[in-house]
Design a binder for this molecule. Sequence first.
Ligand SMILES: Nc1ncnc2c1ncn2[C@@H]1O[C@H](COP(=O)(O)OP(=O)(O)OP(=O)(O)O)[C@@H](O)[C@H]1O
Length: 882
Amino acid sequence: MATYTPMIQQYLTIKAEYEDAFLFFRLGDFYEMFFEDATRASQELEITLTSRDGGGADRIPMCGVPYHSAPTYIERLVEKGYKVAICEQVEDPKQAKGVVKREVVQVISPGTLMDEKGLQEKENNFISSVTQFEDDTYSLAFSDLSTGENSVTMLSSSWEDVVAEIYSREAKEIVVDPDFSPERLQQLKERKAITVSYEKNATLDFEFTHLVEGMQQQKLITAFARLINYLIRTQKRSLEHLQPVQFYQINQYMKIDLFSKRNLELTETIRSKGKKGSLLWLLDKTVTAMGGRLLKTWIDRPLLQQQQIENRLNMVETFMNQFFEREELRELLTEVYDLERLAGRVAFGNVNARDLVQLKKSLQKIPFIQQVVKRLNHSYATELVEGMDPCERLESLLERGLKDHPPLSIKEGDIIKDGYHDQLDQYRDASRNGKSWIAALEQREREKTGIKSLKIGYNRVFGYYIEVTKANLHLLPEGMYERKQTLTNAERYITPELKEKETLILEAEDKIVQLEYELFLQIRDEVKTYIPRLQALAKVVSELDVLQCFAKISEERHYTKPVFSPSGDIRIENGRHPVVEKVMNAQEYVPNDCFMSEDSQVLLITGPNMSGKSTYMRQVALTAILGQVGCFVPADQAVLPIFDQVFTRIGAADDLISGQSTFMVEMLETKNAVVNATQSSLILLDEIGRGTSTYDGMALAQAIIEHIHEHIGCKTLFSTHYHELTVLEQDLSMLKNVHVSAIEKNGKVVFLHKIKDGAADKSYGIHVAELAELPDPLIERARVILQDLEQPKEEITINQVVNKKEEHTVKEDKVEIDSLKADTDSQLSFFEASQKETKKASSLSKYEKAVLEKLKELDVLEMTPLHAMNALYELQKSLKKK
Ligand SMILES: Nc1ncnc2c1ncn2[C@@H]1O[C@H](COP(=O)(O)OP(=O)(O)OP(=O)(O)O)[C@@H](O)[C@H]1O
């Protein structure tokens, strides 16, 4: 290091503190990067890599970006998950002795982005923090620096739940203790692209204790404190806009696990991971950014309290019934600016005069919003708007102070209105008088000289000048003016009087610009004192916006107000899948009922591929979720229970990122459902077992249905290809068969998409293959094989399936049992034989009876193949002995 130049030494010292960030090192009009940073940045940003001599043996790799275009480059790096440390010159280079002093003034990272361009207006930008305690509980904190929202929760379950929560809040960055388990972080990163940051200090700075007032549990505060300390360390500026921390519990809301959120495409689609095509996309008729963000939060967190749900539904109903008020409100809301993000930028010192003019316009709309909402005559709505604070004093300050169309820059004047500030008015007078004096001088000189084209101009280098064209020079008395500049066609002159005025004007203009800037900062500081009030206002505005949005969509798409019944029954008449219906056109969509009560807790859905089984299952879940979010639902009538959790296992969302096999994911999702579901949950299982061999799959499917039926007893929709499972209806009293109907017309299958009672009589797989235009000979061959398979050689019953499964595993294990083979041609005939034997049991010896008893008691499904073989062997041995 000693051989490096002082500046490179300074760079290296600062860089050592920000190893995990690109260091943007200010050098004049550029931000430069050196060494490794330069090499990587040149690749990531596709900018030229150069090098410079830094005093060491080798030249130092270097690349840079002009400071005025830096925001674009920073945004690109941050979007890729990197952090950027901005290092500025913090003293005037002219005054500096030696190397100019430099400091990092801010670290910009995915979770601390404040720049509007890098943020989605209708999405929060969360940074999170997690602390793990010795008893394996976790405290989890979230903060959106752009809006100032903070929340904390405590999770005593598994790391998977923590991951799910971070995933569902779409946190971009996570702050943990440097000793935090790398394995856990790895698991998280496998699920989600997230930037990891470290912060040791988990003690809350005194300045922020008011945000956690009333919060007793120290553990909760720990994660939040770590987060705040990280923000203090990296942002190095006022965090005054941070709002009091909200404590929430995940069981306050309907729990929808990670898999299910994705499967149901609540806020993003499975394929494109984008909003388009999701439930959020369909519903989003919000007109403010704040409303858009709240809508997403509400969809993510359906309610559990009937009263709260009905409050929302009643408001939606009122908005539906009062079209004119609703439309008027929508109009007004479109003019309300993003008050939350504005408050954040005010605290950060990032607002310009245009932002504040927008704020003024927003505030001016508040009294009108209050009036129109009161006209609804709805008590909750009235209460909501009565609490709105139009911040009149602030509004009038902004109205008096700021021009209506100020420039973007806050340092070039033209911001403050006349009459706002005496001194400013005086400077402006001086400047304006000076200018009119110059105009008068021009007139005077023209008359004096008789040169009509004589003019007075201004440029930055020479200031004001008198210009006379060459053609008119002969009219100018010698020595009248002092010559300053010669152009091709003209001469430019000055006079002492002109220069004197010029000084006055320029001084006044300098002072104007300086004073306007100071006055603007004063106004901005005044706005700062209103931050909490603006945030409170934002809350009401966003709630009104989401409720009008629900009313609008419900009206447009003919939704109905759901009724919540304590009986636990579901009665959906003519229900529809909200998104599929929209995409495909309402006339084509076939509505379906869903009736589930005590004797039909489990619906076993059979039907051909492509007939609409998954769509039907999803539509039931989406109806339940929409209802609990407080929106009307796509049906003619809907009576629903309040579900505590929704679990799904639905085909397409295979977890490719985490590298699990399809079948493993299927089993993990199923496990999640059977372990966590309660009687008040909703489970959707789509073709469970499809990912393994037929017998394995069928056995598992049956065991899962039985388990849910016997031990959980919650509403379950189970679709299957295994027609054999439909016989379960005879044994399981709460299971009901339904099927999606299809008919064959001229040898082709026609899907009716209609759910009907009873089991499907036929599978139409080959027809679907035909629809997919597989080659004709292949389809023909499949038909022949199918015919062959469908020969009534054997009618498989469920119990036989279990037996066949055993046969399968026996074969796999390649264990030979000669005597068994000799006795039976196949396991199936062995089973039939043993059934006959059972009937003859009365004529059996007591040993044989005992063996049969033992055989009966074997819990085959619980045994490994090896155990089963051993047991069989023992039984056979005891028979042979006797
Ligand atoms: N109620 C309906 N009305 C009209 N079209 C529907 C309806 N339900 C589903 N469809 C159409 O049928 C297609 C297939 O639906 P879906 O994926 O639900 O079938 P599936 O029975 O689950 O198929 P598979 O067994 O192959 O997974 C959908 O993409 C949709 O276009």
